[in-house]
Design a binder for this molecule. Structure first.
Ligand code: FAD
Length: 466
């Protein structure tokens, strides 16, 4: 065993969560941090992501707080034209490596151990083991273990398909489609989430005819319109989107009516307008992507796939013929985990979990800032209450209510309120700079008018639903 490491924090996982919490601890305290990850570099799942993945949100709101991501350029062409840039997987990998090499390690307060499995601990003693040498390392943690793995999701590249595949059937994870050497007659895309949509869009933009794509969708989803999730010069549109949500929340007569109002306002999008979505994962789509996806008409809606045979695909709700010369593309990984929430701040432990509707990195940074700025765990937990990641439509409303309650509580805490105003990851932190913009003035007036009614009505609609 190597010499004992002494560290204020031991962060397990150097994905976006571990990196963002570490950044906040470095910026707002004098703590030392040891990071371990079983992957070979910082960046988490982005290291194994499919090659055509991009952020679905602007780069401006992603990454660690103290190091901007991207150039804040507005795309001039393509499916994101007119909107702020979205980092690719390559850019994200380079970004997190840069943050580690150029910002964290030079402070002398950070140590990073890659290819290392955290294997547990007791009291203040924790252990990790190198995957390369088997060497076991002990760490004495003076303040806390930061666990970013409680909600670790799964992605197609690193998880087996959740269905059987008979011999002779070609089934590949999403990312492998770029390596195909033989022409397929039909591409069968399996999954209803963001990975499946990205794969369909990638195929279509690379010349595959919509008629050569079959899309197996266990569920239909609502997607957020990218128009209302923009930073900087387009921030007034973001705020206008907040107004649209409040208006729909205030006026909805039923649960479904609320979502249909958001669709009518252009805030929510769905690919198939004949099907009422049951899922809302919070992924963001442009209207140009939506138009492409609507070209695919061979859609199988028979629930989840159980088995792909050479002749038939068996699903929960029936069977369909397996097309000849088909390549099946597995986009059906479980995604984000949704275990029962546990307190975020405990003696000796910080368990990263979402606390509100909103962008992931803003939430991670908030937890790091609260840990660094507030003395007592009870107070931190009062200001940052954990919720489950959203999956169903009702989760969006509960998460939105958690956002409002949390913002209200944190506004009364001067240090956190000041942090929120200054954080580049907080979408509306800079709204003050646009205070006189006509659309901002209008939205502010609207929120004043309907704010209280919206909260009351959402509570009623959610209770009805349950
Ligand atoms: C395809 C895709 C696109 C996405 N796009 C966006 C987006 O645009 N915007 C957004 O906000 N969110 C997006 N997300 C959500 C995404 O989950 C978060 O943005 C974020 O990257 C998650 O970071 P994380 O650190 O929580 O998890 P991960 O990236 O999964 O990192 C966790 C790390 O912990 C390590 N680990 C686990 N167990 C151990 C152990 N025992 N020992 C050592 N290391 C361990 C893993 O190796 C991993 O590197 C996307 C997710 C996916 C899958």
């Amino acid at each position: 065993m190597a010499d004992l490491i002494e560290s204020d924090y031991l962060v397990v996982g150097a994905g976006a969560a571990g990196m963002t919490v570490t950044d906040a601890l470095l910026s707002h305290s004098d703590a030392s941090v040891t990071l371990v990850d079983r992957r070979h570099a910082p960046g988490g799942h982005w290291l194994d992501a499919y090659p055509f993945v991009r952020l679905h949100q602007p780069s401006a709101f992603y990454g660690v707080d103290s190091v901007p991501l991207g150039k804040d350029a507005i795309d001039r062409g393509g499916l994101n034209a007119g909107f702020y840039e979205l980092a690719s997987a390559d850019e994200l990998r380079a970004y997190f490596a840069h943050v580690m090499q150029e910002h964290f390690l030079p402070t002398g307060r950070v140590r990073f151990f890659s290819c290392s499995d955290y294997v547990g601990g007791e009291g203040d003693r924790h252990h990790f083991v190198s995957r390369l040498t088997g060497a076991r390392q002990e760490v004495r943690v003076a303040r806390k273990l930061v666990d970013t793995t409680y909600l670790e999701g799964s992605i197609p590249a690193t998880s087996k398909p959740p269905f059987e595949v008979d011999e002779g059937v070609q089934c590949i994870p999403a990312g492998e489609v770029v390596h195909l050497s033989e022409r397929a007659r039909t591409f069968v895309v399996i999954g209803a989430g963001k990975t499946a949509m990205d794969t369909c869009v990638w195929l279509l933009t690379n010349g595959v005819a919509a008629s050569s794509i079959r899309w197996v969708k266990p569920r239909e989803g609502w997607w957020l319109n990218r128009r209302f999730h923009q930073p900087h010069t387009l921030l007034p549109d973001f705020y206008a989107g907040v107004g649209l949500q409040f208006q729909a929340m205030a006026q909805a007569t039923t649960f479904d009516d609320l979502f249909l109002r958001l669709e009518a306002a252009g805030f929510l999008l769905r690919v198939d307008t004949a099907v009422m979505p049951t899922m809302l994962h919070g992924a963001i789509l442009s209207e140009a992507e939506l138009a492409l996806l609507r070209q695919i008409t061979d859609v199988v809606r028979l629930g989840r796939v159980r088995r792909i045979g050479s002749q038939r695909m068996v699903l929960d709700g029936g069977e369909v013929e397996t097309p000849a010369d088909a390549v099946h593309i597995h986009c059906a990984a479980a995604g984000l985990a949704r275990p029962t929430p546990r307190p975020i701040f405990e003696p000796g432990r910080l368990t990263v979990q979402p606390t509100m509707w909103g962008f992931a990195c803003h939430q991670f940074a908030l937890l790091g800032a609260a840990e660094a700025m507030i003395e007592n765990d009870e107070e931190k937990n009062r200001l940052c209450r954990p919720i489950r990641y959203w999956d169903q439509c009702s989760d969006y409303l509960s998460a939105y209510m958690a956002l409002l309650a949390g913002e209200r509580a944190r506004a009364a805490h001067p240090a956190l309120a000041a942090w929120a105003r200054d954080s580049r990851l907080n979408p509306l932190g800079r709204l003050g700079e646009w205070g006189n913009h006509p659309s901002v003035v209008e939205t502010r007036g609207l929120l004043k008018k309907v704010g209280a009614a919206a909260v009351e009505n959402v509570t009623r609609v959610l209770a009805q639903r349950q």
